[in-house]
Design a protein around this ligand. Structure first.
Ligand SMILES: [Ca+2]
Ligand SMILES: [Ca+2]
Length: 217
């Protein structure tokens, strides 16, 4: 009787230990994770607060599907040639970790499996001659590729936040007909007048009055 009880206890203990492993294995087999948009907007800040126009969420779920807390969600911007991200000190949004070496920005999922980003960044004037492709940024969850997103930025020169000089640079993209994704604010792979309308709303919001003081790359 006693040995049977011990066996039962051991079985229960093994099941408890195996549960997280099984969840991790199951998660590798199915991807129920979601993102808030197909494009991420790099923004400025005002009064020490990152512009809410740049808010982006990634929700990491297992096969149940249920949100997984404590997962490191990472944006890899290394293939996004014409934009760059502010250095760690210039990222007021809480919980972001900038790695200049790998050109990544990471955040940890909360109790509901949600990782939140609001990244200060801009078009890089030094590489403006390049055109980053659609879906240049990769999103990883604990190192596993989840998805890709396109990157745009209201601040076209990387200084003084979103101001009229940026509008002039946006216009050069508009007239070039190259459909640079950096200037495509409604995320339809085309630079057109509706994007100008979105830029104007952003400009008058005055939520991106300042740029990053320094850039991570
Ligand atoms: Ca600017
Ligand atoms: Ca567009």
């Amino acid at each position: 009787m006693r040995s049977r009880l011990i066996l039962l206890l051991l079985s229960a203990l093994l099941a408890l230990c195996a549960a997280p492993l099984l969840a991790a294995a199951a998660n590798a087999q199915c991807n129920n994770s979601t993102k808030s948009s197909n494009c991420i907007r790099l923004v400025g800040a005002a009064g020490g607060v990152a512009d809410p126009a740049g808010l982006f969420t990634v929700t990491v779920r297992d096969c149940v599907p249920q949100g997984i807390p404590g997962v490191t969600v990472t944006f890899d911007f290394s293939a996004c040639s014409d934009t760059h991200v502010g250095a760690q000190a210039g990222q007021p949004y809480p919980g972001l970790t900038v790695d200049p070496g790998t050109r990544t920005v990471s955040a940890i999922t909360d109790g509901s499996g949600v990782a939140r980003f609001d990244i200060v960044g801009a078009v890089n004037p030094a590489t403006r001659g390049t055109v980053a492709p659609t879906n240049c940024a990769k999103i990883y969850a604990d190192g596993v590729l989840l998805s890709n997103v396109t990157v745009n930025a209201f601040d076209q020169d990387g200084i003084s936040g979103t101001e009229l000089a940026d509008l002039a640079l946006w216009a050069t993209d508009f007239y070039s007909a190259l459909n640079q994704r950096r200037s495509d604010y409604d995320c339809n792979n085309s630079v057109a007048l509706p994007d100008l309308s979105i830029w104007a709303v952003e400009y008058f919001s005055q939520a991106s009055l300042s740029s990053a003081g320094a850039y991570a790359w």
